[in-house]
Design a protein around this ligand. Structure first.
Ligand code: XMP
Length: 517
């Protein structure tokens, strides 16, 4: 394991991503962690960047025990400055802030840059820089403005670099991280999803024990499906998946998901059809946050009722008790909760339905909590889940209720579903589904005038949304070829009754959001 200590840089999670991509297992912890509290002995430690300056009074510093741990250390950006600050170098604000691409020169002989050319393009983002290296440290890379872009002390295996190898703007960044993690630390590159799945199944069997039962909600999305699949492989029918039909899923979605999970993947699944309950409660409601609350609360209610039914059945059959709740938490959420919060920490809103645990007194089981999204996809693939499901766009919990502006009636649901279905079908036909991060049709609560044959129409508007994004925090609208938009528009207007106008949403996030509500 490589340990990454986070000082609050916006790029820290990318260090973890890049190292995992090398097949090396790594974990991220806050920089303030006590070395004595570590549950594992790392093969090496990476110190991340930070929005702080090492000389700020409240700037974060590592536990001094790190320096005597006896494993290689790589400092990145602030991490380099932390090394210098500790070891007696000099860090100063530079009059010219280095931000963006920079060309650096490497002095031959450094193991960190082994096998790389002597001049590299890298990504910089820092105000402070090293003006004097600590004693015994060799400068191994420099730029026109900085003599200490990289330094090292081979005897102590301490390395520092001013630039960010973890971002894609540093083309040889992965090679540098490989040189560190595998070459210098000697970490094993044996982290694969194939090895993960066997170990995780074993772990779940141990945690759950021989008789306890587990319940969990599935939606047809990749995370919940992969999590359910692992549970099902680990404990078979002692895992009970619950799919709640809230009446605002996409066209035929519940049936398709049920079919796939039950028949194709062999998961023990119960479909709770509560569409009438949800639509009844949504009647007359137009406020987006109210819609979310109604759907969220009703979901918990239906899920708990279904869980209680399963529990009664299980007990009657004398098969043990439901003791665990499966959750599809991923590593980015874990990182979000454990990383060091600097002053510029991003504030992320969590949309997922919570609150289940307090009521049900269940223990949580989270098979995906160590994984990034692409690792979950790879895992799903290994377990035989279809590409179609693995690459499905994310779909919000409140479903198309927040894509129908105004009141959500069964008629509006039918229109929105039909238009959305055509839209997604055409996107898939054009081979663009995987290029787009998220796409959907929104139904607007306005009517506009049109003409059909020689009749005047007065009907509703569909707004098409398609965005490209990496993290869903910022997004660009997708540039469709016009002929595809043309085909989508004419199909929707011709085939969907009640719609006479289609518009395409050309707003990026921010300031717009991805959803219309
Ligand atoms: P926004 O609209 O905030 O969406 O740009 C960002 C991402 O979050 C999804 N989203 C939700 N997901 N419950 C969810 O489970 C919600 O209430 C919710 N609102 C937005 C949205 O689909 C996009 O992927």
């Amino acid at each position: 394991t490589i340990l990454i200590l986070d000082f609050g840089s916006q790029y820290t999670h990318l260090i973890a991503r890049r190292i995992r991509e090398l097949g090396v297992y790594c974990e991220l912890l806050a920089c303030t962690v006590k070395i004595a509290d570590l549950k594992f002995k790392p093969k090496g430690v990476v110190l991340s960047g930070s929005p702080y300056s090492v000389y700020d009074v409240d700037s974060p510093h590592v536990d001094p025990a790190l320096w005597t741990l006896g494993v290689p250390i790589l400092g990145i950006c602030y991490g380099l400055q932390e090394i210098a600050w500790t070891k007696g170098g000099k860090v100063e604000p530079h009059d010219k802030r280095e931000y963006g691409k920079a060309d650096i020169q490497i002095r031959p002989g450094s193991r960190l840059f082994a096998g790389l050319p002597n001049d590299l393009t890298v990504w910089m983002s820092h105000g402070d820089q090293l003006s004097q290296a600590p004693e015994g440290f060799k400068p191994v890379a420099y730029t026109a403005t900085s003599p200490y872009t990289a330094i090292e002390k081979e005897e102590e295996q301490i390395y520092g670099i001013q630039f960010h190898p973890e971002v894609t703007h540093t083309p040889k960044g992965s090679a540098i991280l490989r040189n560190f993690a595998i070459g210098i630390c000697g970490a094993n590159a044996n982290w694969t999803m194939a090895s993960f799945v066997d170990k995780e199944i074993e772990r779940i069997r141990n945690v759950v024990g021989p008789t306890a039962q587990v319940i969990g909600a599935v939606s047809g999305g990749v995370d919940s499906t992969v999590a359910a699949m692992i549970m099902s492989k680990a404990i078979g029918d002692r895992f009970h998946a619950i799919l709640v039909d809230n009446g605002v899923m996409r066209l035929n979605e519940c049936q398709t998901v049920q079919q796939t999970l039950q028949k194709h993947l062999g998961i023990n699944l119960t479909l709770a059809d509560a569409s009438e309950l949800f639509l009844g409660r949504l009647k007359g409601v137009t406020d987006p946050e109210k819609k979310r609350k109604i759907i969220g609360n009703s979901f918990i209610e239906v899920f708990e009722a279904e869980g209680a039914k399963i529990e009664a059945q299980v007990e009657q059959e004398g098969k043990g008790k439901i003791e665990f709740l499966l959750q599809g938490t991923l590593y980015p959420d874990v990182i979000e909760s454990i990383s060091f919060k600097g002053p510029s920490a991003t504030i992320k809103t969590h949309h997922n339905v919570g609150g289940l645990l307090d009521d049900m007194k269940l223990k949580v089981i989270e098979p995906l909590r160590e994984l990034f999204k692409d690792e979950v996809r790879a895992l799903g693939s290994i377990m035989g889940i279809d590409d179609e499901l693995i690459w499905r766009h994310p779909f919000p919990g409140p479903g198309i209720a927040i894509r129908i502006l105004g009141e959500v009636t069964p008629e509006q649901v039918a229109i929105a579903r039909h238009a959305d279905h055509i839209y997604i079908e055409e996107i898939k036909k054009a081979g663009l589904y995987r290029k787009i991060s998220q796409a959907y049709a929104a139904l607007l609560p306005v009517r506009s005038v049109g003409v059909m044959g020689d009749k005047r129409t007065y009907e509703q508007v569909i707004a098409l949304r398609a965005v490209e994004t990496k993290d869903f925090m910022t997004a660009d609208w997708f540039e469709f070829p016009y002929d595809i938009l043309k085909r989508i528009s004419s199909r929707i207007i011709n085939e969907v009754q009640g719609v006479n106008r289609v518009v395409y949403d050309v707003s990026s996030k921010p300031p717009a959001t991805i959803e219309w509500e």
